[in-house]
Ligand binder design. Structure first.
Ligand SMILES: [Fe+2]
Length: 341
């Protein structure tokens, strides 16, 4: 039998039914080793869906299986001297709030989003207040009680991942606060985490710089499967002028110029604990694509598990890492007028 994404027994209560696009060997091997053998892994009674891994003394990865067919997702919890900070809320499966409070010892919790997508922000309504970058705020505001419907067929059965429907949140309004690039979240004393605007994968994609742990969290703008930073605006995309390779490249150059401020990089999917030089290599790949977009390494026609027309994606290798995926329309900014069609 030819192996491709054989099941990983990480201990989460949710069980995979089927996947969308296949994920790469390197990511899969890493996740299999981590989820089946890592000694820090803990599953708490208050949320049996999430595998908790300890990556630093005060920084935890909350591994959440993707409720649709796309890649599994990391949330991160940083516990400061006075407050804790949760990066992303995934699909909201299980009681994430109680889990974060249990790990932090009930410290006041600040909740932030990297971006608006299904697998990162649908659990927001479990909290009273969530922060995001100001360009992502109008997208997150579109959330409603039907946003999880696409996970089920017409008979109400789970399509991608088996879990109890009642363990999804019941949607309720919450306070959403859009903040600018450079906004600082203080976790007590001099423990600061900075929001760094990146754009690219989403208009208001926010990275977070944990200055104490010297870690950069780039959200979905770096990924050991496909770094999808240049798909271009989606139909009806709000702030779509920021969802392209040129904007991302320029923001990435700014954080690479600050490389002395951090050592490790923790993306929102798959391989984590990457050395900071991976961002230098990603910048070189962005520059090479913008210089000669036709000089890609391979192409692939794919359909998103979330629907839509097939799209031809072009891929170029990030040296020593994965690939950067892009489309012709995702290379350059468009005018704000075009972005709201
Ligand atoms: Fe994602």
């Amino acid at each position: 039998m030819t192996g491709q994404m054989w099941p990983i027994n990480g201990g989460s209560k949710a069980k995979r039914i089927k996947w969308g696009n296949p994920q790469n060997q390197i990511s899969w091997a890493f996740m299999k080793q981590l989820r089946e053998k890592d000694k820090t892994k803990k599953i708490y009674e208050c949320n049996p869906y999430i595998e908790v891994y300890q990556f630093r003394d005060n920084m935890f990865g909350l591994f959440n299986q993707n409720c649709d067919g796309a890649g599994d997702v990391w949330m991160y919890l940083i516990v400061g001297p006075e407050k804790a900070l949760l990066i992303d809320t995934a699909f909201g499966l299980g009681d994430i709030k109680e889990l974060a409070d249990t790990i932090s010892g009930n410290k006041p919790l600040i909740v932030v989003n990297t971006h608006s997508h299904f697998d990162h922000a649908y659990g927001n309504c479990r909290f009273d207040r969530v922060y995001c970058h100001e360009y992502e705020e109008p997208l997150i505001r579109n959330q409603n009680e039907h946003m999880w419907d696409y996970l089920f067929d017409q008979n109400g059965n789970n399509i991608w991942l088996q879990f109890d429907k009642k363990d999804l949140p019941v949607f309720r309004p919450y306070e959403l606060v859009g903040v600018p690039d450079g906004y600082i979240f203080n976790l007590g004393d001099d423990y600061d985490v900075e929001l760094v605007w990146l754009g690219g994968h989403a208009p208001g994609m926010a990275g977070f710089l944990d200055k104490k742990n010297r870690i950069f969290f780039p959200g979905d703008d770096l990924c050991s499967d496909v770094s999808g930073v240049a798909s271009g605006p989606r139909p009806g995309g709000i702030n779509g002028q920021y969802q392209n390779l040129t904007v991302f490249r320029n923001n990435l150059a700014k954080i690479v110029a600050r490389i002395e401020e951090f050592d490790y990089v923790f993306p929102s999917h798959f391989i984590i604990n990457l050395e900071n030089s991976v961002l230098t290599e990603e910048l070189a790949t962005c520059d090479a694509i913008l210089e000669d977009p036709d000089n890609f390494d391979y192409s692939f026609e794919g359909v998103s598990p979330n629907g839509g027309l097939p799209v031809t994606r072009l891929f170029k290798y990030i040296k020593g890492f994965g690939v950067l995926g892009y489309t012709a329309k995702g290379l350059y900014p468009i005018s704000p007028d075009e972005s709201v069609k």
